[in-house]
Design a protein around this ligand. Structure first.
Ligand code: SF4
Length: 346
């Protein structure tokens, strides 16, 4: 049989993967998930109020790859080290799935662990800044639910009974190269209290719109860029293309004044910081690369560049030959904002 290989149908991996992802039960939960607590109150409120996502776009490849990787990691921890994995936990208003529970044994304490897969860039942020507050909230809430008998339906562990948790752990795994970064600390009741207070605020909200947008919005926050409620939150359907979504925050004089104050304050801080940075840069001009105290100095660039076309000389040549200079549409210049403080009346 002679078949042209180019004619053999290839099933579309990503179409199938997106269909598969949409059937996952956690995408549609109405109870508050620990992973949403501490991130953005409005987003958490959309979940609690059962709002249907407006932005389930099909460009979620990284998240799906993360899910697949995550499943493999949990399987290895369970099969190779005897960890208990994927524990459903609830107290009736919070519902979550803890990744890993390490039961205490001998000198080893009880530990609950969350595994997070990250891009190299996001992992770098964790290395430099440590886990975010909402990630610590998340593992503390898992610990709290385990400690208070929140485990439901598990093949090996007793359900509905308090389980000992002494420490919480965040294990980050790089999606590209498999780098592992671990942060762990002893369980802290205060962190749980803060997380529960945050959750209560959301649970008591009358509607999602009553909750503040805690993040800066599309184009400024990667969490907003990937938020399933982005369009509803920022009325993106109703604003014209050339307006930033954030402009809905300045639709009256009070909003404009607030934004001007924020702009002027930030510009002053930025200007002072730029001056300090410029002086420090010049001071370091002759310093050798190396580690100095808590800092590492390295240099890059400074190499000769190859010659490049000289547009001014080309124009002169064409004009000298009396030829028309080729033109393309100029578009618009970018708008420049001017913000100054009005002197106070004396
Ligand atoms: S778009 Fe951003 S501010 Fe709005 S709900 Fe989502 S995360 Fe919160």
């Amino acid at each position: 049989m002679s078949i042209d290989p180019g004619t053999i149908t290839v099933p579309d991996l990503w179409k199938g993967a997106h269909r598969d992802d949409r059937t996952r039960p956690r995408s549609r939960q109405r109870l508050l998930g620990p992973s949403s607590i501490g991130l953005c109150r409005r987003r958490a409120a959309y979940e609690v109020h059962g709002a249907w996502p407006t932005d389930l776009d099909d460009n979620m490849h990284a998240a799906i790859l993360g899910t697949w990787l995550h499943e493999g990691i949990l399987r290895v921890l369970a099969e190779q080290y005897g960890a208990h994995t994927e524990l459903e936990l609830t107290n009736g208003v919070i519902l979550g799935h803890a990744d890993v529970y390490w039961a205490p044994g001998g000198a080893a304490p009880g530990v609950v662990e969350d595994v997070k897969t990250k891009s190299t860039r996001a992992l770098d942020v964790v290395v430099r800044q440590g886990p975010s507050q909402h990630e610590w909230f998340q593992v503390h809430l898992y610990a709290h639910l385990l400690r208070t008998g929140g485990l439901t339906d598990h093949p090996h562990l007793p359900t509905g009974k308090p389980l000992p948790v002494d420490a919480v752990r965040l294990r980050y795994v790089g999606r590209e190269y498999g780098q592992v970064v671990v942060h762990q600390r002893m369980y802290d009741e205060d962190v749980t209290r803060q997380a529960l207070a945050w959750a209560e605020d959301v649970l008591e909200s009358a509607e999602p719109e009553a909750m503040p947008r805690d993040l800066d919005g599309p184009g400024l926050s990667i969490i907003c860029d990937n938020c399933p409620f982005k369009t509803a939150c920022w009325n993106i359907d109703e604003i014209s293309d050339d307006r930033a979504p954030q402009s809905i925050l300045a639709e009256d004089a009070v909003g404009v004044t607030d934004a001007l104050r924020a702009y002027a304050d930030a510009a002053e801080v930025e200007s002072a910081a730029k001056k300090r940075k410029a002086k420090a840069r010049k001071t370091l001009d002759a310093a050798d690369p190396g580690t100095y105290g808590a800092f590492k100095l390295s240099w890059s660039g400074g190499n000769p560049r190859p010659p490049e076309p000289d547009p001014a000389a080309m124009i002169r040549v064409l004009e000298g030959l009396s030829l028309d200079i080729p033109m393309k549409p100029g578009g618009r210049s970018s708008r420049t904002i001017g913000v100054t403080r009005v002197p106070e009346a004396t």
